[in-house]
Design a protein around this ligand. Structure first.
Ligand code: PSV
Ligand code: MN
Length: 427
């Protein structure tokens, strides 16, 4: 769906006067500190986050799934939903497909449709954590780590097919997340399971095109509760190093045990040139898939602080990172949630851009811890929302995306078009 620009303009006009004052005040404050607000707005405009094709419908828990109505039931409808998100936020410029949840029947037409909404295709994701109807061998006891070579071969071939689909769409990365693991001590021989996985990944890696990356995601537990074959960033990095220059680690914020210092992991991986991808979400307990920034916004800021520093100090040539939101909700309207999440990502990024890195380095050299913390607080406690709104406004986006979405009754229109019972593929 595309909203007439005049509708967005009219709703923006309601806030324009306040926004002009707020932006002018912030601009003034920043200039007094020697910061160029225009440069920040440009950086925010350039920062784009991929939307996963599986986040546009209601997600389920293992207890229930509550439909939200008007869910996109085809890939085309999903692209239209991401198009709408991008139009309102100007920060969701790509879509990431999960195969086989979303297989394009006519990749060229799919690509053209996406381009008409100014969308590109981000990483393609393989799925060897579910059995599909008609599938010959089950993944119940693993995929790339499976003891039976025929099952491993099936999972390897699936990944190769996903690469082929991605090539037709213009994707440039394959993300592999493995549910492989064990739920009981003794079930797995850890060494053999890891070794089989490494060999399977090697077979897939050979099909990675020259200008692609292979992103290896880790997760400490779930769906298995005793061990996961790739439980942590160390194991992912080890595999990426064994595979070669085009293999990287992907950090999903929800895939850490409580209180893990994720910002340090990010810094370490980036310093090794091995941080390839990022899945944004937030969590209170584990992989909760909560809205980005809803639980630990300060942690998100600290992560961005490491990223901003790393991107500016990159002799190791860590490539551009694939940014994506990875969350699926069973309560909120997913489009509203994605707009809130994108906003929080931009806010955390904008705050991190305010950190005076050279003054921080001087304070660190003097072991002036109080001043180090002051510098971070100064940035974190700045209200950067006018900057983020201004960056949306410059390209025709909404000052307040959720408000526009609600005032125009978009969900009701989608329900009228698609019905109350339509169901998006995914989890
Ligand atoms: C697994 O929990 C994961 O984070 C992987 O990225 C999957 O592709 C995705 O979630 C599915 O929602
Ligand atoms: Mn993920």
């Amino acid at each position: 769906m595309i909203i007439p620009a005049s509708n967005i303009g009219e709703l923006n006009d309601l806030h324009q006067q306040n926004h002009t004052i707020q932006y002018a005040n912030l601009k003034n404050d920043l200039e007094l500190k020697g910061i160029d607000p225009e440069a920040l707005v440009k950086q925010l405009i350039d920062y784009q986050v991929a939307i996963p094709s599986w986040a546009l419908g209601a997600g389920g828990t293992r207890f229930a799934r509550f439909s939200i109505g008007g869910e996109p039931s085809t890939l085309e409808e999903k692209i239209k939903d991401v198009g709408l998100l991008h139009q309102l936020t100007q920060s969701a410029g790509s879509i990431s497909l999960h195969i086989p949840w979303d297989i394009p029947e006519d990749p060229l037409a799919t690509k053209e449709l996406a381009s008409s909404y100014f969308l590109a295709f981000d990483a393609v994701n393989s799925n060897t954590f579910q059995d599909q109807s008609g599938q010959r061998h089950s993944y119940k006891f693993g995929s790339l780590c499976h003891q039976n070579p025929t099952v491993r071969e099936q999972a390897i071939n699936h990944n190769i097919e996903v690469i082929e689909i991605g090539k037709k769409l213009g994707s440039q990365a394959l993300t592999v997340w493995l549910a492989d693991g064990s739920s009981f001590p003794g079930q797995h021989n850890f060494r053999k399971a890891l070794d089989r996985t490494a060999k399977s990944l090697q077979s897939i890696y050979q099909y990675i095109p020259e200008d692609w990356a292979m992103l290896i995601e880790y997760k400490p537990y779930e769906p298995y509760f005793y061990s996961m074959v790739i439980p942590d960033w160390g194991t992912s990095l080890l595999l990426a190093n064994q595979l070669g220059d085009q293999a990287y680690t992907l950090v999903d914020l929800g895939h850490h045990l409580p209180n893990t210092n994720i910002e340090q992991i990010v810094a370490t991986l980036h310093s090794q040139g091995k941080l390839g991808g990022f899945h944004f979400n937030d969590s209170k307990y584990s992989d909760d898939d909560l809205s980005v920034g809803s639980i630990k916004p300060y942690q998100l800021f600290l992560i961005f602080n490491e990223l901003v520093f790393g991107i500016d100090h990159n002799p190791q040539n860590n490539p551009d990172i694939a940014w994506m939101i990875d969350a699926s909700h069973n309560l909120k309207d997913p489009l509203e949630d994605l707009m809130q999440s994108l906003d929080q990502i931009m806010i955390a990024y904008a705050k991190a851009l305010l950190v005076n890195q050279s003054t921080l380095a001087e304070a660190q050299a003097l072991n002036d811890i109080t001043f180090c913390q002051f510098i971070l607080n100064e940035a974190y406690q700045t209200d950067v929302r006018p900057l983020v709104r201004e960056s949306r406004l410059r390209n025709g986006g909404a000052l307040y995306p959720v408000e526009v979405y609600r005032k125009l009754g978009v969900r009701d229109q989608l329900i009228k078009e698609r019905g109350k019972e339509s169901k998006a593929s995914g989890l």
